[in-house]
Ligand binder design. Sequence first.
Ligand code: AMP
Length: 180
Amino acid sequence: MPKQRSVCLFCGSRNGKSSAYADLAHAFGRETAAQKLRLVYGGGGIGLMGVAARAAREGGGEVLGIMPGFLSSAENAFDDCTLEIVETLHERKARMATESAGFVVLPGGLGTMEEVVEVLSWTNLGLFPMKTVFLDHNGYWDGFFTLLEHSINEGFTSASVRDQAMRAHSPQEALQKLGF
Ligand code: AMP
């Protein structure tokens, strides 16, 4: 499946406290399959990552998992997808960006934050003309956007980041904002 029909997902390797997070990850995975998009993600079988990937496969969708070898047992590499094993976390992120036309961010922890902040900074430096959409439940990413606005208002971050980091309230809206 070409890059133009591929969406990259960043999300937690845990499920979070509310079952609504997994419901959202499931709905997102199913929507990628319904729209015949390829889901590109970290390749894990655990947490929201695993929920979204399984849902995409259940819906008949194509899934590419990109996993550093040293994480494959800790993150229970998902075997019902095309699994690409790489050496490092950096290589994974670069491959994810190369293989996709845009990013969706579901709730997640430090790993998710690290991934999305790096991608946003790449976009901000003009390295990638790609958009990122945060899709959440219960205002999970509100604090992140408050910090981003604070940083823009204090003159440390370019206001153009507002056009690159978008928000959506449903999988359909997220994919539509990425231009699918
Ligand atoms: P988390 O949001 O912390 O549950 O992590 C989500 C995913 O991010 C997991 O698959 C981790 O392997 C990955 N991850 C964790 N730390 C990093 C990092 N420093 N760089 C890239 N990916 C990471």
